[in-house]
Write a protein that binds this ligand. Structure first.
Ligand code: HEC
Length: 191
Protein backbone atom coordinates (compact mmCIF):
# COMPACT_ATOMS: atom_id res chain seq x y z
CA UNK A 1 0.00 0.00 0.00
CA UNK A 2 2.52 2.57 1.16
CA UNK A 3 4.65 1.81 -1.88
CA UNK A 4 2.10 2.86 -4.43
CA UNK A 5 3.22 6.48 -4.92
CA UNK A 6 6.73 5.77 -6.08
CA UNK A 7 5.69 2.62 -7.85
CA UNK A 8 3.50 4.68 -10.11
CA UNK A 9 6.15 7.32 -10.55
CA UNK A 10 8.68 4.70 -11.57
CA UNK A 11 6.31 3.03 -13.99
CA UNK A 12 5.53 6.37 -15.56
CA UNK A 13 9.21 7.07 -16.12
CA UNK A 14 9.31 4.65 -19.04
CA UNK A 15 12.51 2.63 -19.10
CA UNK A 16 14.75 2.71 -22.16
CA UNK A 17 17.26 0.10 -20.97
CA UNK A 18 15.49 -3.22 -20.78
CA UNK A 19 16.87 -5.67 -18.24
CA UNK A 20 16.20 -8.87 -20.17
CA UNK A 21 17.26 -7.50 -23.51
CA UNK A 22 20.16 -5.21 -22.59
CA UNK A 23 21.45 -6.04 -19.14
CA UNK A 24 21.04 -9.75 -18.50
CA UNK A 25 23.19 -10.79 -21.48
CA UNK A 26 26.06 -8.65 -20.16
CA UNK A 27 25.81 -10.18 -16.70
CA UNK A 28 25.40 -13.67 -18.12
CA UNK A 29 28.48 -13.38 -20.28
CA UNK A 30 30.75 -11.67 -17.76
CA UNK A 31 29.48 -12.38 -14.25
CA UNK A 32 27.35 -15.53 -13.96
CA UNK A 33 30.46 -17.69 -13.86
CA UNK A 34 30.97 -16.47 -10.29
CA UNK A 35 27.65 -14.86 -9.36
CA UNK A 36 24.69 -17.05 -10.27
CA UNK A 37 22.42 -19.80 -9.07
CA UNK A 38 23.00 -21.41 -12.45
CA UNK A 39 26.63 -22.13 -11.63
CA UNK A 40 26.00 -22.29 -7.88
CA UNK A 41 28.60 -19.60 -7.22
CA UNK A 42 27.79 -16.70 -4.95
CA UNK A 43 31.11 -14.93 -4.71
CA UNK A 44 30.94 -12.14 -2.18
CA UNK A 45 27.31 -13.14 -1.57
CA UNK A 46 26.11 -11.78 -4.88
CA UNK A 47 23.81 -13.56 -7.33
CA UNK A 48 22.66 -11.83 -10.49
CA UNK A 49 20.41 -14.41 -12.15
CA UNK A 50 17.93 -14.96 -9.33
CA UNK A 51 16.08 -11.68 -9.36
CA UNK A 52 14.36 -11.99 -5.98
CA UNK A 53 17.85 -12.12 -4.50
CA UNK A 54 19.45 -9.63 -6.86
CA UNK A 55 16.79 -7.04 -6.04
CA UNK A 56 18.00 -7.00 -2.42
CA UNK A 57 21.19 -5.37 -3.65
CA UNK A 58 19.20 -2.60 -5.30
CA UNK A 59 18.08 0.08 -2.87
CA UNK A 60 18.50 3.71 -2.07
CA UNK A 61 20.80 3.44 0.92
CA UNK A 62 24.51 3.49 1.68
CA UNK A 63 25.09 -0.27 1.73
CA UNK A 64 23.20 -1.22 -1.43
CA UNK A 65 25.41 -2.15 -4.39
CA UNK A 66 23.06 -0.46 -6.83
CA UNK A 67 21.34 2.82 -6.07
CA UNK A 68 18.46 3.39 -8.48
CA UNK A 69 18.84 6.66 -10.34
CA UNK A 70 22.33 7.15 -8.98
CA UNK A 71 25.02 5.41 -11.07
CA UNK A 72 27.79 7.46 -9.43
CA UNK A 73 26.73 6.24 -6.01
CA UNK A 74 26.50 2.61 -7.11
CA UNK A 75 29.41 0.50 -5.89
CA UNK A 76 28.41 -2.20 -8.40
CA UNK A 77 29.23 0.17 -11.25
CA UNK A 78 32.36 1.53 -9.63
CA UNK A 79 34.06 -1.86 -9.41
CA UNK A 80 33.22 -2.44 -13.10
CA UNK A 81 34.33 0.96 -14.36
CA UNK A 82 37.40 1.48 -12.19
CA UNK A 83 40.04 -0.93 -13.52
CA UNK A 84 42.37 -0.24 -10.60
CA UNK A 85 39.77 -0.89 -7.90
CA UNK A 86 41.00 -3.60 -5.52
CA UNK A 87 37.79 -5.52 -6.23
CA UNK A 88 37.58 -4.76 -9.92
CA UNK A 89 34.93 -6.85 -11.69
CA UNK A 90 35.17 -9.05 -13.58
CA UNK A 91 38.47 -9.84 -11.82
CA UNK A 92 40.20 -10.62 -15.11
CA UNK A 93 38.87 -8.38 -17.82
CA UNK A 94 37.11 -5.17 -18.55
CA UNK A 95 33.60 -4.59 -19.85
CA UNK A 96 33.36 -2.68 -23.11
CA UNK A 97 32.39 0.97 -22.92
CA UNK A 98 29.13 0.05 -24.68
CA UNK A 99 28.26 -2.45 -21.97
CA UNK A 100 29.17 0.05 -19.26
CA UNK A 101 26.95 2.66 -20.88
CA UNK A 102 24.01 0.22 -20.91
CA UNK A 103 24.51 -0.61 -17.25
CA UNK A 104 24.81 3.09 -16.41
CA UNK A 105 21.59 3.90 -18.28
CA UNK A 106 19.78 1.03 -16.62
CA UNK A 107 20.76 2.25 -13.15
CA UNK A 108 20.00 5.86 -14.08
CA UNK A 109 16.53 4.78 -15.13
CA UNK A 110 15.84 3.12 -11.81
CA UNK A 111 17.52 -0.31 -12.13
CA UNK A 112 14.21 -2.02 -12.79
CA UNK A 113 13.98 -5.80 -12.81
CA UNK A 114 11.25 -7.53 -14.85
CA UNK A 115 8.25 -8.66 -12.85
CA UNK A 116 9.62 -7.16 -9.66
CA UNK A 117 8.18 -4.09 -8.11
CA UNK A 118 10.95 -1.60 -7.47
CA UNK A 119 11.87 -1.76 -3.80
CA UNK A 120 12.85 1.87 -3.70
CA UNK A 121 12.17 5.20 -5.26
CA UNK A 122 13.98 6.04 -8.47
CA UNK A 123 15.59 9.39 -9.14
CA UNK A 124 12.27 10.65 -10.42
CA UNK A 125 10.83 10.64 -6.89
CA UNK A 126 13.51 12.14 -4.68
CA UNK A 127 11.00 13.32 -2.12
CA UNK A 128 9.72 9.85 -1.21
CA UNK A 129 9.83 9.66 2.58
CA UNK A 130 12.24 7.15 4.13
CA UNK A 131 9.36 5.12 5.57
CA UNK A 132 8.32 4.03 2.09
CA UNK A 133 11.61 2.24 1.46
CA UNK A 134 12.07 -1.41 2.46
CA UNK A 135 15.83 -1.36 1.87
CA UNK A 136 18.76 -3.55 2.69
CA UNK A 137 20.26 -2.16 5.86
CA UNK A 138 23.11 -2.87 8.21
CA UNK A 139 22.13 -4.61 11.44
CA UNK A 140 24.46 -4.83 14.42
CA UNK A 141 23.90 -7.12 17.37
CA UNK A 142 25.02 -6.70 20.97
CA UNK A 143 28.27 -8.52 20.20
CA UNK A 144 29.08 -5.91 17.59
CA UNK A 145 28.61 -8.23 14.62
CA UNK A 146 27.12 -6.48 11.62
CA UNK A 147 25.19 -8.07 8.77
CA UNK A 148 23.42 -6.73 5.72
CA UNK A 149 19.79 -7.72 5.38
CA UNK A 150 16.44 -6.44 4.22
CA UNK A 151 13.76 -5.60 6.73
CA UNK A 152 10.66 -7.77 6.21
CA UNK A 153 8.45 -7.19 9.26
CA UNK A 154 8.26 -7.16 13.02
CA UNK A 155 6.90 -10.38 14.50
CA UNK A 156 6.28 -10.26 18.25
CA UNK A 157 9.64 -9.66 19.88
CA UNK A 158 11.52 -10.60 16.70
CA UNK A 159 12.49 -8.74 13.59
CA UNK A 160 12.24 -10.79 10.40
CA UNK A 161 15.20 -10.09 8.11
CA UNK A 162 15.81 -11.29 4.59
CA UNK A 163 19.36 -12.37 3.83
CA UNK A 164 20.68 -10.97 0.54
CA UNK A 165 22.91 -13.97 -0.15
CA UNK A 166 20.14 -16.56 -0.33
CA UNK A 167 16.87 -14.67 0.13
CA UNK A 168 16.13 -16.63 3.29
CA UNK A 169 13.97 -14.98 5.94
CA UNK A 170 15.32 -15.15 9.46
CA UNK A 171 13.62 -14.09 12.68
CA UNK A 172 16.02 -12.40 15.09
CA UNK A 173 15.24 -11.26 18.65
CA UNK A 174 15.07 -7.48 18.69
CA UNK A 175 16.54 -7.45 22.20
CA UNK A 176 19.79 -8.92 20.87
CA UNK A 177 20.36 -6.00 18.53
CA UNK A 178 22.23 -2.92 19.61
CA UNK A 179 20.15 0.14 20.43
CA UNK A 180 20.58 1.77 17.06
CA UNK A 181 19.49 -1.37 15.22
CA UNK A 182 16.58 -1.83 17.62
CA UNK A 183 15.41 1.64 16.77
CA UNK A 184 15.93 0.93 13.07
CA UNK A 185 13.72 -2.17 13.40
CA UNK A 186 10.99 -0.26 15.23
CA UNK A 187 11.12 2.58 12.70
CA UNK A 188 10.99 0.20 9.75
CA UNK A 189 8.08 -1.67 11.30
CA UNK A 190 5.94 1.29 12.25
CA UNK A 191 3.18 2.10 9.77
C1 HEC B 1 36.02 -15.11 -11.70
C2 HEC B 1 34.99 -14.82 -10.75
C3 HEC B 1 34.22 -13.53 -10.82
C4 HEC B 1 33.63 -12.95 -11.92
C5 HEC B 1 33.64 -13.41 -13.36
C6 HEC B 1 32.93 -11.78 -11.41
N1 HEC B 1 33.12 -11.67 -10.07
FE1 HEC B 1 32.31 -10.25 -8.84
N2 HEC B 1 33.23 -11.06 -7.24
C7 HEC B 1 34.03 -12.18 -7.27
C8 HEC B 1 34.58 -12.42 -5.94
C9 HEC B 1 35.51 -13.55 -5.55
C10 HEC B 1 34.06 -11.38 -5.11
C11 HEC B 1 34.34 -11.16 -3.64
C12 HEC B 1 35.54 -10.26 -3.55
C13 HEC B 1 35.91 -9.95 -2.13
O1 HEC B 1 35.02 -9.79 -1.29
O2 HEC B 1 37.11 -9.81 -1.89
C14 HEC B 1 33.24 -10.56 -5.96
C15 HEC B 1 32.58 -9.44 -5.51
C16 HEC B 1 31.79 -8.63 -6.30
C17 HEC B 1 31.15 -7.43 -5.85
C18 HEC B 1 31.28 -6.81 -4.48
C19 HEC B 1 32.56 -5.98 -4.48
C20 HEC B 1 32.93 -5.44 -3.14
O3 HEC B 1 33.50 -4.34 -3.10
O4 HEC B 1 32.65 -6.11 -2.13
C21 HEC B 1 30.42 -6.95 -6.90
C22 HEC B 1 29.55 -5.71 -6.93
C23 HEC B 1 30.65 -7.84 -8.01
N3 HEC B 1 31.50 -8.85 -7.62
C24 HEC B 1 30.12 -7.67 -9.26
C25 HEC B 1 30.48 -8.40 -10.37
C26 HEC B 1 30.01 -8.12 -11.71
C27 HEC B 1 29.00 -7.04 -12.04
C28 HEC B 1 30.60 -9.01 -12.53
C29 HEC B 1 30.46 -9.09 -14.03
C30 HEC B 1 30.70 -7.87 -14.76
C31 HEC B 1 31.45 -9.85 -11.72
N4 HEC B 1 31.35 -9.46 -10.42
C32 HEC B 1 32.20 -10.91 -12.21
C33 HEC B 1 34.29 -12.99 -8.37
C34 HEC B 1 33.89 -12.72 -9.65
Amino acid sequence: MKMSCFFFATVLAASAADFQKDIQPILEKNCYECHSEKTGKRKGGFVFDELETFKLDIADNDVAQIRPGNPDGSHFLEVIVNASHEKHMPPKGQLSSGDIRKLTDWIKEGALLPGIKPAVASASTPSTPKKALPPIMSWTNLEGKTIRAGFVRLEGSNVVLRMPANGQEVAYPISKLNLESQKQAQDAGSP
